[in-house]
Structures are given as structure tokens and as C-alpha cells.
Design a protein around this ligand. Sequence first.
Ligand code: AMP
Length: 211
Amino acid sequence: MNIILLGAPGSGKGTLSEFLCEKNAFTQLSTGDLFRDNISNKTDLGIEAQKYMNEGKLVPDSVTNSMVEKYLESKAKDLIFDGFPRTSDQASALDDMLAKINDQIDKVVYLDIDESVLLGRLTGRLICKVCKRSFHKVNRKPLKEGICDFDGGELITRPDDQEDKIKTRLEAYNTQTAPLIEFYKDKIIKVDADNCTPEELYNSVIEVLGA
Ligand code: AMP
């Protein structure tokens, strides 16, 4: 089963993917993580993507789509698409890429959340440099400050989790990504992501997926 997680930045896609991968053997494809890996490794793709990410803007579709196509050459089973697609061009390209390998998107889980909650979530977010799991300065504190509970990696604040960048990212979500709710209307499952812990969100998703 291939699933897309659709939702605004900070709606909980990353943590939900983490749970689905650990407990249900899905594989996460996070385009944000792939871009950040390319930036760390100083690849040409990373240098190109960084220009947009630093501003909170979307990386152009052509760059993003070819990165995903390359990824799908090696892994293409039981995928969780986290942060992809983000535009209707990407959604059509994904349909074509999957059709070429006789595969498809089965469900689209839309994490519905009030925008007022997102700013606090994102400005307090901490990410492990090694395993990419996310923590929060207040709501999901690591056992030891600045250190990942799972692998001892350093916890950092993402450069685009600053207030001015967050505003641009939310604008990009509202104008370019939210229209995908209509694009996927036959496959979408809406889940209330307000006021719930990551465990509660995971449980509601599993229930609606029947996974
Ligand atoms: P994320 O880790 O999903 O929050 O993504 C962080 C940033 O990476 C976004 O603000 C974009 O600049 C870039 N990015 C990630 N996924 C995509 C995508 N599917 N299309 C365009 N840009 C993306």
C-alpha cells in the first residue's frame, strides 16, 4: 500500500511517518530529508535546492520530480510519501512514475489542523541530525537536552523553522499544496490532527486505513 501524507508544515507528517515505518513496515520517502541530505553532502542538487529552502519556497517541480523518480528506481513498495507531492504538477508526475512500474497511490491521508497551532509547533521543533526524528522544546522533550533519545545524535533547529520562513512556507502550502485535497478527492481520508498526541494521531490513522 502506498500512502501520501498531506498536510501543512508542522501538521505531524514526519512523526506519523516515523511511527508507520517502525510499527507497520512502511518506507518513508521525505523529499525534505532527501534535499537536506543533498545539502549536507554538498551535491549540485543540494546547492540548487538550498536556494529555495533557505527562503521557505518550494524547490522547482522539475528538480523535485527527477529526484523522486531516481529514488523510486531503487525502492517502490509500501511507501509513505511525506512532503511529496506538493503541487499539482508533482501529483501528475507521481501518477505517471508509479504507472510505469504498475503501481499507484492507494490512500491520501490529509492531516487537518488549525493554522494557529502550527507556528508554536514549528518554532519549538528540534530535529536529530542523524535519524531525522523530531522532538519539541516543550511538547516532546528529549530525555537529555540537545541529544536524540534514539541514537545520541545532536538535535538542531532547522534553518527554515524561523518565523519569517514559516510564513512563506504556510503561504506556499495554502496556494500550491492545499489544492491537492481536490486532486485526490477519491482517495482522501481526512484526520483531525488538532489537539492530539502523536500516538493518538497514529491510532486514528491506523483505524481509518484498516492497516
Ligand atoms: P519539509 O521537510 O517537508 O518541511 O520540506 C522542507 C523544504 O524542502 C520545503 O519548504 C521546500 O523548500 C523543500 N521541499 C520539500 N519537499 C518539496 C516538494 N515536494 N516540492 C518542492 N519543495 C520541497
